[in-house]
Ligand binder design. Structure first.
Ligand SMILES: [Zn+2]
Length: 85
């Protein structure tokens, strides 16, 4: 799995909709990729923050979309060289 794949599956991963196999692959990648680790960590913190504020449904759709657009923008143009392990 590459960084682009992690971003692609991130939404489903965080929502718990990803298959066990893909979750395992994503975790294996994140464990070895500092870039994705930071992205995943900050994303989870953002979502937790919203949940702690009582928005149990998670991020508002607009914020949700903006967050993932931001993540994709952060990944675009990055080299996957660091992740080819
Ligand atoms: Zn990565």
């Amino acid at each position: 799995m590459k960084c682009a794949d992690v971003v692609k599956y991130l939404s489903d991963y965080l929502d718990g909709n990803l298959s066990d196999e893909l979750v395992a692959e994503a975790r294996a990648h994140v464990a070895t990729c500092k870039n994705c680790h930071v992205v995943l960590d900050s994303t989870q913190r953002t979502i937790l923050l919203y949940r702690e504020r009582g928005r149990t449904a998670g991020l508002p759709p607009k914020r949700h979309a903006a967050l993932y657009a931001q993540l994709e923008a952060a990944m675009v143009g990055r080299s996957d060289d660091d992740c080819e392990k």
